[in-house]
Design a protein around this ligand. Structure first.
Ligand code: ADP
Length: 451
C-alpha cells in the first residue's frame, strides 16, 4: 500500500468538490456571458431607435435636431450632410467622439480619457448620422456581477469540499466499524461477526457475505479441532493398551507361551494403529485432492462379485450367507481401485454389524437408463433415524463399544462416501431398526461395455 495515498474519504470529497467546481464555474461563466449579451442588445436597441429619431428630425429641420438634444437622457449625436456639419450635441464635442468614426454596426469605443462608449451610425448617400451612449451603467453592472461570482464561486466550492468530506465520512462509517471488528477477530474468536447495518445496501451485503465466509471458516476450524481431538483419542487407545500389556509382561516372569501371547496382543494393537494411520492418510490425501482418479469402464457386477469373494472368509467366520444376486453386467465409468475401497468398507460393515448366521445380499442393477446402483442389504441391527445423518462423519459410531469390539475405527463410511463421490456418485441409506440396513451406491451408468 502506498503510505502517502490519500484516504478514500479524502478522495471522495475531492472528486465531489472537483465535479461540483466544474459545474459551478461553467454555470457562472454562462450566466455572465448571457447577462453581458442581454445588456448590450438592450443598449443597441435603444441606440437604434434614437438613431431613427435623429434621422427623422434631420429630415424636418435643424431646429428639430436641437430639440432632441434638450430631451433628458437622449444619446449624444452628430449629423452631417455632404461633409457639412448639421448638428453636434455639446456632450459629443466634449467627449471627443468625433474620433470614433462611423460604422453601421454598433460597437464599443474607448475615448482617450479612458471612458467607454457604444457607438452606432447610419451612413446615408449624403447625410451621415452617428449616435453614442456611455457604457458606464452596463460595465458597472457586469463588474458587480463578476465580483459577486468571484466571491461566491470559491465559497460554493469550499462548501462542496466540506460537505463532501462530511458526507463521505458518514457513508464510510460502516466500513470503519467493520474494519475495527475484523481486526479483533482471531482464531479464538471466530464466533464474532461484522456489524450489518442495512442488509439490503452494498455495505450490508458485503458484511453479510464476509460473515457467511466467517461461518464457513469457523465450521472448518471446529471440524478440524474435533478431528484432531478424535484422532489423538483414537491413537491413544491402542498405545495405552500396548503399554499396559508391555508393563504387565515386564513385571511378571513369563513363560514363552505367555510371552508370545503378550507380543501377539501388542501386534494386534500395532495392526489397529497401522490401519488407523493408513485411513487417516487416505482421508487427508483425498481432501487435499492429492489422489488422481483413473477412469475406465468398470463392470460393477464383476467388481461386486470380486469384493464379496475377498470378504467371504469374514462372513464364513460368522456363518453368514453372503451372495451377489446374478444378472446382466452393468457398466460405469469410474476408478475401479477407489470404488473397490468404498464397496469393501460398506460390505465389511454389513458383515461386522450383522449377527452370526445373518444374511448379506449384494444387488447390482440400474434404477434408470442413466443410473447404475450397487445395493448392500444386511440383516443387522439397523441404524436409528437420529444417527443416519451423522454416521458418515469421521469417528462417528452409533455404538462405540460394539464398533470398537468389531475392530471399527469410525472411518469406514467417510472413506466410502469419498470414494463414491469422487467417482461422481452418491450413497443412499435405508434402514429399519432391528430389521437391517440397505446402503445403495448410485453412479452414472455407462451404456455400452468396455471400449
Ligand atoms: P466403524 O469403523 O465403526 O464401522 P464406520 O464409519 O464404517 O465406522 O461406521 C460408522 C458407524 O455406523 C458404525 O460405528 C456403526 O455404528 C454404524 N454402521 C455402519 N454400517 C452399519 C451397518 N451395516 N449396520 C448397522 N450399523 C452400521
Amino acid at each position: 500500500m502506498n503510505p502517502v495515498a490519500p484516504s478514500v474519504r479524502v478522495r471522495l470529497a475531492l472528486w465531489h468538490a472537483g465535479t461540483l467546481a466544474l459545474i459551478i464555474v461553467a454555470f457562472s461563466a454562462g450566466m455572465f456571458f448571457f447577462v453581458q449579451e442581454w445588456l448590450y442588445r438592450d443598449l443597441d436597441r435603444q441606440l437604434g431607435s434614437e438613431l431613427t429619431a435623429v434621422a427623422a428630425a434631420q429630415r424636418e429641420s435643424v431646429e428639430e435636431l436641437r430639440e432632441l438634444e434638450t430631451q433628458v437622457g437622449f444619446a449624444f449625436f452628430e449629423v452631417t450632410q455632404d461633409g457639412k456639419l448639421l448638428h453636434r450635441t455639446a456632450d459629443w464635442a466634449r467627449s471627443g467622439l468625433g474620433a470614433a468614426g462611423l460604422t453601421p454596426a454598433p460597437r464599443s469605443w474607448k475615448s482617450p480619457e479612458g471612458r467607454w462608449y457604444r457607438v452606432a451610425g447610419m451612413p446615408g448617400p449624403s447625410v451621415h448620422a452617428v449616435v453614442a451612449r456611455r457604457e458606464t451603467f452596463l460595465r458597472g453592472t457586469l463588474r458587480t456581477l463578476a465580483m459577486g461570482l468571484s466571491i461566491g464561486v470559491p465559497i460554493a466550492i469550499g462548501l462542496a469540499l466540506a460537505g463532501g468530506y462530511f458526507l463521505a465520512g458518514r457513508v464510510l462509517e460502516p466500513i470503519g466499524a467493520m474494519a475495527d471488528r475484523a481486526r479483533r477477530i482471531t482464531a479464538d474468536s471466530l464466533g464474532e461477526r461484522l456489524p450489518v447495518g442495512d442488509p439490503r445496501d452494498e455495505f450490508g451485503r458485503l458484511a453479510t457475505v464476509f460473515n457467511d465466509a466467517l461461518s464457513r471458516v469457523q465450521g472448518s476450524f471446529e471440524q478440524l479441532r474435533r478431528f484432531t481431538a478424535d484422532a489423538s483419542h483414537e491413537l491413544r487407545t491402542p498405545l495405552t493398551a500396548m503399554r499396559s500389556v508391555g508393563e504387565v509382561a515386564l513385571q511378571k516372569s513369563l513363560d514363552p507361551a505367555a510371552c508370545r501371547d503378550a507380543i501377539g496382543s501388542m501386534l494386534e494393537e500395532v495392526e489397529r494403529l497401522t490401519r488407523l494411520v493408513e485411513s487417516l492418510l487416505t482421508l487427508t490425501r483425498a481432501e487435499a485432492g492429492a489422489i488422481r482418479l483413473q477412469s475406465e469402464s468398470v463392470d460393477l457386477r464383476a467388481l461386486a462379485a470380486d469384493v464379496a469373494d475377498h470378504l467371504d472368509v469374514l462372513a464364513d467366520e460368522k456363518e453368514q450367507r453372503l451372495r451377489v444376486e446374478p444378472g446382466e453386467p452393468v457398466f460405469a465409468d469410474c476408478d475401479a481401485g477407489i470404488l473397490r475401497q468404498g464397496l469393501t468398507n460398506l460390505l465389511h460393515n454389513a458383515i461386522k454389524y450383522t449377527p452370526a448366521r445373518g444374511e448379506i445380499r449384494v444387488v447390482v442393477g440400474s434404477p434408470s437408463a442413466s443410473l447404475a446402483s450397487i445395493e448392500i442389504h444386511d440383516t443387522g441391527p439397523g441404524i436409528p433415524p437420529e444417527h443416519r445423518a451423522r454416521i458418515f462423519e469421521r469417528f462417528y459410531r452409533v455404538d462405540e463399544g460394539r464398533s470398537r469390539d468389531a475392530g471399527g475405527l469410525g472411518l469406514g463410511l467417510p472413506i466410502a462416501l469419498w470414494a463414491v463421490k469422487a467417482n461422481g456418485g452418491s450413497i443412499e441409506l435405508e434402514s429399519e431398526e432391528g430389521e437391517g440396513s440397505l446402503f445403495r451406491i448410485v453412479l452414472p451408468r455407462k451404456r455400452e461395455g468396455p471400449v
